[in-house]
Structure formats: C-alpha cells, structure tokens
Design a binder for this molecule. Structure first.
Ligand code: FES
Length: 461
C-alpha cells in the first residue's frame, strides 16, 4: 500500500552500498529526520552518508499527513501541567521555529513541494469535549500562544467548537525530501538505498556500520529510523510503543477549498486536509489509530470511507495506506544522545504523530551536537530523561504486554511465529495480511520479511 506522496514522487534512485567507505557522519534512515540532518551537515562541509534500508521516505515520512504545525492536538495544557509554563512555551517556540526553518529551506532550495499556508484546527463533535478545547485556549493565552475559539469550520459537519492556530502550513513531504537530496549530493554527501544496516560496532573511537554488501566507517552515528534499530544501551523499547493510522485519499467531486486542516480531539481520531493534484484539491482523511499488534476491531478503512461518504456522497476513493509512528510515554519526542555511554551516537524518535516539525527540531539539535554548538531546545527533548516515569499507567501497560508476549512464547512452546526483535508473539493483521508485534510494533510480510522495525532480521533468518 503505497501512499499518494510515494506514488507521485521523483523517480530518482540512489545506489546500493557495495563498498567500504568512510565518512564524518553516517545516518541510518532516509526519511525526514535523516535527510534534513544530512542537509544541514553537508551544508557545513561534513562528509555525510545516508543509509536507507528501502527507498527514501518508504516509511513514516512517506505516509504522513504533511502538516507543518506547532498545534499538536490539545497539548499545551498537558505540557504545562506536566513540566510547567516555561517548558510548554519552549515546546511551542521549538515547533514554530521548525515550521519557519522548513519554509525557509523550501524557498532557498526552490523546492516544488506544494507548500500552502493554512490554519490548523482541533475540533470536537462531542458536546462535553468542548470544555477541553476552551481550556486549551485559556492555557495557550496564558503562554502568549495565539489561538482562537471558532464554532464553524470548512468541513461539512456540525461541531461544538474548535481551537484555531493561524499561519500554519502543509506540503508534500516526499517532494520536500527529494528536493533536499539535490543539495546533499551537491555538497558531497552520499545516499544509498536498499542498504539495510545489519550491525553497528564501536571500534577505536569510530563506528563501523555494516550492510550486506558494504560498510561505512564514521566518526558520528545518527539513528533516524523512526524506531531505533539498536536495542542496548538506549532501552527505547521500554520507553515507547508504536501506533498505526489509516489513510484514505478521495476525489470528492466538489470544489474543495479549505482555509485550514483539521483533527478532532476525541477518539476515534479523525484528521482531514486537502491535497493538491493539478488544478484540483483532493481530500485526505486519516485516523482510527490503533496500537500496532493489538486486535483490530472491524475495518478502519471502511469506517473512514463511510465517514467521508457522509460528508461527500460523490466521493471516489483514489488511494489507501497505513502509517506507523512511535508514541513516547510522555508524548514528547526523544532527541539527542542515544545513550550516556555511547559517544557521538544520536537518536531521534517518539514523534507521536507530529513528525514534520519534530523531524526538523531533531535535525537541528543533532547537527548542533555534532558541530559542538549550543541548542536552546536540546534539554526539553533530552532522550535520557526520567520524567516518563510519571506516566506509570502507560509504563505498566507496556511492561505487562512485553512480559505476556515472552511468557506466552515460553509456556506454549512455539506459538508461531515470534518476533525477531525480542521474542514476543506476533499477531495476524487480516486487513493488511501481515504479522504484527504488539510489544514494540515490528511488522512482517506474510512470508516473514521485515516491513517495519525495530526488528532487523526477517522471520526466516
Ligand atoms: Fe520488540 Fe517484537 S518489536 S519484540
């Protein structure tokens, strides 16, 4: 199931790594985080190598909604309650700056990626939810974050209210990434596709990063694989879980013109935006998230289609896909040093479905770390933070599931198949006809090939 962005992408291909090379920085993962990091570093004259296991943007970046925004659901009251006013404001500033950075890069590099300025809305169709929206507005005002309450949006639905952030943006994330690759190559960077990393070893102060047919020896290592492919000593597998969203793109057969994009505040999650296709605006609907590996109730694609039909009876489905993302235990990304005991190794993960601005924040923080510069947002995303323990329910949930997965494997002998990451039992997803792991969200094809990590090894291996 290819996303619309991936089906309409640049046809440029990058070679497979087939020799041993050296670099200042090796980046594992050719999505938004990896490519933006490579862009910034190559611009500063560092020799950068990107290793992508499949094609650029074949993972979460290519399946995303492409919303460039600091409005991450109703997050500001939550952040203020969790970490205080200053923290919440810094989070907002970091994301607003990231939005501006992306726009600046698009203009500077003249990237044709359907950039449009839009307002961002969180709406509710549930009466009792409206108090949460009003509360969020009250908190954003206290933080000097511009927001507004509205009771009407361009979607043909009745709402009880919405919070509006003006001056946000949307784009085609895949065109953006391909636009950046031109500059990376021009500045001496190298990009390799179909080059799955099998092993990373620290050797004499540098890293050896091995693929099937070649190796990169680098001073700095950046893990930008959505879910870190290295298990220890980062222990990210006990600090987050993965969630899958469904996406349906339709031609509504109407003159679709929205002043913004929209997401609801209740569950099931529903998100809408327009997508430029020639002279037309298509409608992208995303939602019905579920924790990867858990039981899927009914058919979320059909629920989404039914919901769209209610709004636009003439709608014709053009494309469907799914996208997976990592959810951190405190809803804040982990960005920075991979571990206190691994020098020059960096990570960016746990973007909680708001990966467009988060990926730019990550690229800037990691670039600054490598160049030895200070970054004012580094501490609020610190990857080794302990604050996550505050969210005890989520931690217990994850430990219980991981434990049950492994125990089941041991008690029943051989429930087939088991995950090659840490041995949890897999469950069958009949909708996509793939195997999924409920512990940390790896996915495998029917025949056992890894589709999504953290697992690296195929089931057959
Ligand atoms: Fe970790 Fe399966 S993804 S055990």
């Amino acid at each position: 199931m290819n996303s619309y962005w991936n089906e309409n992408k640049d046809t440029r291909e990058y070679p497979k790594l087939k020799q041993n090379i050296s670099a200042d920085v090796a980046i594992i993962g050719g999505g938004l985080t990896g490519i933006q990091t490579a862009y910034y570093l190559a611009n500063r004259g560092l020799k950068v190598v990107v290793l992508e296991k499949d094609k650029l943007c074949s993972g979460t970046s290519g399946g995303s909604t492409g919303k460039i925004t600091s409005q991450h659901g109703l997050i500001y009251k939550y952040l203020k309650d969790l970490n205080g006013k200053e923290y919440a404001k810094k989070y907002y500033n970091a994301n607003e700056e990231a939005k501006e950075n992306i726009i600046k890069i698009i203009n500077k590099e003249k990237i044709d990626c359907d950039l449009e300025m839009k307002n961002a809305y969180v709406f509710t169709e549930v009466e009792k939810e409206v108090q949460n929206i009003k509360q969020e507005i009250e908190y954003t005002k206290k933080l000097n974050i511009p927001s507004e309450f509205v009771n009407k949006i361009d979607l043909p639905i009745d709402i009880y209210g919405a919070i509006k952030f003006e001056n946000q943006a949307q784009f085609d994330p895949v065109k953006y990434v391909y636009g950046l690759t031109k500059s990376i190559i021009k500045n001496g960077g190298e990009i390799y596709e179909n080059s799955k990393v099998l092993e990373t070893v620290e050797d004499d102060g540098r890293y050896n990063i091995t693929t099937k047919e070649g190796m990169v020896r680098a001073t700095h290592l950046v893990i930008a694989t959505r879910y870190p492919i290295i298990r220890f000593p980062g222990y990210y597998f006990i600090k987050m879980y993965q969630s899958t969203s469904y996406a349906v793109l339709v031609d509504t057969n109407t003159d679709l013109e929205f002043d913004g994009y929209y997401i609801n505040s209740e569950t099931p999650v529903l998100s809408f935006r327009t997508v430029k296709s020639g002279d037309k605006n298509l409608l992208l609907a995303v939602g019905y998230d579920y924790k990867t590996g858990s039981e899927i109730v009914g058919n979320p694609f059909e629920y989404l289609k039914a919901r769209i039909k209610k709004m636009y009876p003439e709608a014709k489905v053009l494309n469907t896909w799914t996208a997976e993302d990592c959810i951190s235990l405190d809803k804040i990304p982990y960005i920075g040093d991979f571990s206190d005991i691994m020098d020059n190794c960096y990570v960016a993960t746990g973007f909680n479905k708001w990966g467009i601005t988060s990926s730019n924040i990550a690229a800037k923080i990691i670039t600054d770390k490598i160049l030895g510069n200070e970054n004012e947002y580094e501490e609020i995303f610190e990857s080794s933070r302990l604050g996550i323990i505050k969210n005890k329910d989520e931690v217990m949930n994850m430990l219980k599931e991981a434990g049950e997965g492994i125990v089941l494997q041991r008690i029943k002998g051989k429930p087939t198949p088991t995950c090659t990451h840490l041995g949890c039992k897999l469950s069958w997803n009949p909708l996509e006809e793939i195997w999924e792991c409920s512990c940390h969200g790896s996915k495998f094809t029917k025949r056992g090939f890894v589709l999504e990590g953290p697992a690296v090894k195929d089931l057959e291996e």
